[in-house]
Design a protein around this ligand. Structure first.
Ligand code: F3S
Length: 73
């Protein structure tokens, strides 16, 4: 299982993550991404159904703002 969060200090609001994983990532009022499943705390286990999208989004982020790990953040 996986956990994820976005480092907003690295996010440049490119918009790829929400396009690739709309069930996980959305954007705040500044266009910066966050994990909607746990308000970007990185403690919610990502449902298995969304894992492929998760990996696609992480790999697509141009600034490596998305962290994915196997334990809660
Ligand atoms: Fe930001 Fe990377 Fe998503 S730059 S909008 S976290 S793909």
């Amino acid at each position: 299982c996986f956990y994820t969060k976005v480092d907003k200090s690295l996010c440049i609001a490119c918009g790829s993550c929400g396009a690739l994983a709309p069930d996980i990532y959305d954007y705040d009022e500044e266009g910066l991404a966050y994990n909607v499943l746990d308000d970007n705390t990185g403690v919610a286990q990502i449902p298995a159904l969304f894992e492929d999208d998760l990996i696609d989004a992480k790999e697509a982020c141009p600034t490596e703002a998305i962290t994915v790990q196997k334990t809660p953040h």
